[in-house]
Design a protein around this ligand. Structure first.
Ligand code: NAP
Length: 335
């Protein structure tokens, strides 16, 4: 039976997910949409589903019997209320990151989901669905590197918009590393520190760029992540894992190697959407399959909470310069 999805928020990623559910993935259709701007919502779904319902509010969409499962792709501060409403309605919900804008709100979602006794929430962290990260995780699971000691990572963007602020380097950029590195090494962070090297003259005067985030895990693994959002040359994601027996690197995206005009080289992507385009497809197909099978497997509400707690500590560390603790409240979550 085809799964009827309701999409709340038809901005950039909402439209992208509507397209992928309608043209690329199998087992689901977008049966309903809602956005603060109904004209935009109608325009987003019109090319794909002429029969789709348009709801004035996300809450009305969630309550509709025509909707089996919900995609929350609206602005971050609206996520928590929509996810709570979906849980209360007993409907599976895929929520784009962040699960909520505060760790406390993430925790309340973890608790609300646990109270139903069912897994209902998947968070839109797509890197665990990237084939390169999956290959890297397999190397670790096979114990090829022996004990993992360190990780060196980098997240570089060519440039960022005028609204991008210093703390967004954590909440919008590093957040993907916070999720995927924890998933890779199956370990939790215990502390964070942020160091600001010499500032790039390409960064706006009020933006501290680059930054280096230093994390420590419960097992004692040390992680350094360079965030450099005015690097100019491309969108570049690096991850090197150092173990006792060897080193493993995240593969580069495949590209033609050119020997041309006395140079040997490969192009570097410039847009994050291109870098993880396949991962978004796999991620959302996994949600659809998980709902149909009654067993969601992707990033959980707890993963969303863990990322939020780590991000809060990093933002605090930006201000204090100190090593800040990262503490997950397992007792409150009942896990
Ligand atoms: P966007 O283009 O601003 O889209 C957000 C949409 O939601 C806008 O159309 C917005 O309308 C609408 N909206 C706001 N409040 C709403 C409400 N109460 N009910 C229904 N719709 C509402 O942003 P985006 O880039 O698509 O990002 C959306 C979310 O996805 C963000 O949380 C972002 O972090 C996440 N995201 C994740 C990834 C990833 O890699 N996983 C990538 C991109 C985005 P207005 O414009 O009128 O406010």
């Amino acid at each position: 039976m085809t799964l009827n999805l309701g999409v709340i928020g038809t901005g950039a990623i909402g439209r992208d997910h509507i397209r992928r559910c309608s043209t690329t993935l199998s087992g689901a259709r977008v049966a309903a949409v809602s956005d603060i701007d109904p004209v935009q919502a109608r325009a987003a779904i019109a090319p794909f589903e002429s029969e789709a319902l348009l709801f004035e509010t996300g809450e009305a969409l969630i309550a509709s019997p025509s909707v089996d499962a919900v995609l929350v792709t609206s602005w971050g501060p609206t996520h928590a209320a929509f996810v709570h409403a979906a849980i209360a309605a007993g409907k599976p919900v895929f929520c784009e990151k962040p699960l909520a804008t505060t760790a406390a709100d993430c925790l309340s979602i973890v608790k609300a989901e646990a109270a139903t006794g069912k897994r209902l929430v998947q968070v839109g962290f797509m890197r665990p669905y990237d084939s390169g990260y999956r290959a890297l995780r397999q190397v670790l699971r096979d114990n090829t590197l022996g004990t993992v000691l360190m990780i060196h990572a980098a997240h570089r963007n060519p440039t960022v918009g005028a609204n991008y602020t210093t703390d967004m380097a954590i909440t919008d950029t590093l957040i993907h590393e916070l999720d995927v590195l924890r998933w890779l090494i199956e370990d939790d962070y215990v502390s964070a520190q942020v160091i600001f090297p010499r500032r790039s003259r390409h960064a706006r005067a009020d933006l501290r760029d680059p930054q280096i985030v230093l994390l420590e895990t419960a097992k004692g693994i040390r992680i350094d992540v360079e965030i450099f959002v005015n690097c100019r040359y491309g969108y570049d994601i690096q991850c090197e894992i150092v173990g006792e027996e060897g080193i493993a690197r995240l593969p580069e995206p495949s590209a033609v190697t050119l020997r041309h005009q006395a140079r040997l080289g490969t192009p570097i992507l410039t847009d994050w959407k291109d870098r993880f385009i396949a991962a978004y497809d796999v991620e959302l197909q996994d949600f659809i399959d998980g709902v149909r099978d009654g067993a969601l497997k992707g990033p959980s509400a707890w993963d969303g909470y863990a990322a939020a707690v780590a991000a809060d500590a990093c933002v605090l560390a930006q201000r204090t310069g100190a090593v800040e603790p990262i503490v997950l409240d397992r007792a409150a979550a009942g896990v």
